[in-house]
Write a protein that binds this ligand. Sequence first.
Ligand SMILES: [Zn+2]
Length: 225
Amino acid sequence: MNLNLNKFLSQLNPVPTNFGACWLCCLRAELSAGLCQTCYGDLPRLAPQPLVADHEHTRLWLAALAYQQPVERWIHDFKFNGISGLSSHMAPLLAAQAVKVYQHEQLYLPEVLVPVPLSERRWLHRGYNQSQLLAAELSKILAIPLQEPLNKRHTGENHRLTASQRRHNLAEAFYWREPLLAKRVAIIDDVITSGATVEAMAAVLRQEPCLVDAWGLAYTLPPSA
Ligand SMILES: [Zn+2]
């Protein structure tokens, strides 16, 4: 697996224009984050505070958007339909949310952004790591370095498993690629659902003395929310 090629390709990643039309309703309009004013205003934004969640290895979780339509469709295009450049539209939403949450909590921003790695098999299939692209854009906006200290083994189709099966599967999935260069870390993911992925990563990262937060572009609200 040539990770330098991954980095090289992500730097070439063009900002997709959708021919001047909104990504969600396809109407031609003045666009913010690639969306018309109506779609941009209707995004299901989350309050600028940490997500209430059960964390064992992370300090806080935050996300910009609720994972529901039309965000699901937007992220599906980003992740599965090859429109990798949507990262440049999406990252500013997450960057703004992160700054607000850290101000709200009176915390320092992390020293390094760590995208959730893809297994080699998944990367070869998709051609890019959507979390790495989001993290690269966030890194530019927030002037926080990106580091990829972990690799991931292929663990099969996790989205078909229960939360406890996922946790079991993920416990062995992440392993060190290079030493961590910071003490305050934010894991970057496109969608945080059960949090099993970020918790499994944080468990490995915390083998080094560090504080780990988790940022997702979107968050799957639990059924009770
Ligand atoms: Zn629209």
